[in-house]
Design a protein around this ligand. Structure first.
Ligand code: NAD
Length: 362
């Protein structure tokens, strides 16, 4: 059996970690026909867009993509490749497992949390009105007329839509994920006490969906309280389901609990098997071309991809190999050494090779 997978090379450190990840995944023995495509600021110079149509077409055709990070161009009118990709491909769920690996320096042990973040709505829907524009003034006037609320004339405005359909889909996905992965509890995170018509709707909808899954425990927590609890007693939580903005912020918090962005993978899930796997971290432009950064987050994203493809044995093997290299602390990149200037730190490629060697032993 072989699989067609789109490999989005990205920019900054993207191409380096993509190449290493590709080699490591090939070494698991799963046959993948990689279709390499571009996205980001490097291709923007050639094609006038950081997200060329052929990149999208390849994702649509193959349904499964592994994506290296891309830089968000500043001041080009193009908001974000990542947001555009999610919207164009209908990737409504972002799943970020956060798991402690022995050998990764962290203040916490035995963390095993999964963030399920809604990916298309909320303040990230891209509905924004710039300060001083006539349409912004019109909106300010309309809001005053409709609700009697004053907004200062020199305001910028971002709109926060949250729908019943969007919330049903994401919460249902969180429960399905919990069932499929033998997780025990789903927690809905919100600020319904303040934003009654958006977060309140999210909470009411989540409660209704939870009734369909009596075998899985459900609770809800206000996002500020959750931030504190995650730092104080993360062991109380299992799968967290969140609207887009809180999901973005708590994903990084949870990545911090397990030792940082170097080991934080992610999956963006859509309808009918469509999925794009990517690391939580960005393109780290200052390290571009230096063979320095940690490839593990993208390799772990590849491991999630293997699970999605049904290659569970290969995924387990790959996770074990990564864990073993990290645990030994020898062939690891600078960010995994106790002293970041440790001269024994290896490069991106060398860490990939060490994982391949471990794979051969398992
Ligand atoms: P970043 O994740 O690129 O970097 C944050 C810090 O982590 C930096 O110190 C960086 O050097 C370090 N770092 C990141 N990845 C690392 C790795 N694999 N190994 C070791 N250290 C690593 O975040 P940023 O600097 O805020 O963003 C840079 C660009 O990436 C921005 O344009 C941003 O929009 C974009 N970005 C893209 C994605 C994505 O493609 N999914 C995600 C986040 C940010």
């Amino acid at each position: 059996m072989s699989y067609n997978v789109t490999l989005i090379m990205g920019d900054g450190i993207g191409p380096e970690i993509a190449k290493v990840t590709q080699k490591v995944i090939d070494a698991t023995g799963v046959k993948i026909n990689w279709e390499e495509v571009e996205a980001g600021i490097d291709v923007m110079a050639k094609e006038g867009t950081p997200l060329p149509e052929k990149t999208l077409a390849s994702c649509r055709k193959n349904k499964v993509a592994l994506k290296a990070p891309v830089t968000t161009p500043v001041g080009t009118g193009f908001r974000s490749v990542n947001v555009a990709l999610r919207q164009q491909l209908g990737l409504y769920a972002c799943v970020r497992p956060c798991r402690s690996y022995e050998g990764v320096r962290s203040k916490y042990e035995n963390i095993d949390l999964v963030i399920v973040r809604e990916n298309t709505e909320d303040l990230y829907a891209g509905i924004e009105f710039e300060k001083g524009k006539p349409e912004t003034q019109k909106l300010i006037n309309t809001i005053k007329e409709l609700g009697g609320k004053n907004i200062k004339d020199d305001s910028g405005i971002s709109i926060k839509p949250i729908s019943v359909t969007g919330t049903e889909k994401i919460v249902d996905y969180a429960f399905q994920y919990a069932k499929a992965n033998k997780r025990k509890k789903v927690s809905a995170i919100h600020k319904a006490n303040i934003m009654k018509f958006t977060d309140g709707l999210f909470l009411a909808t989540a409660r209704a969906v939870a009734k369909k899954y009596p075998e899985i425990e459900f609770n809800d927590v206000i996002v500020d309280n959750m931030s504190m609890q995650l730092v104080q007693k993360p062991e109380l939580y299992d799968v967290l389901v969140l609207p887009n903005l809180y999901g973005d912020i708590l994903s990084d918090l949870c990545a911090g609990l397990v030792g940082g962005l170097g080991v934080a993978p992610g999956a963006n899930i859509g309808e009918n098997g469509m999925a794009v796997f990517e690391a939580t971290h960005g393109s780290a432009p200052k390290y571009k071309g230096l063979n320095k950064v940690n490839p593990c987050a993208l390799i772990l994203s590849g491991m999630l991809m293997l699970r999605h493809l049904g290659e569970l044995k290969a995924a387990d093997k790959l996770e074990k190999a990564i864990m073993s290299v990290i645990k030994s602390g020898k062939d690891v990149t600078y960010d995994m050494k106790p002293d970041r200037n440790d001269p024994t730190a290896v490069g991106t490629k060398e860490m990939g090779e060490a994982i391949i060697k471990e794979l051969a032993k398992i």
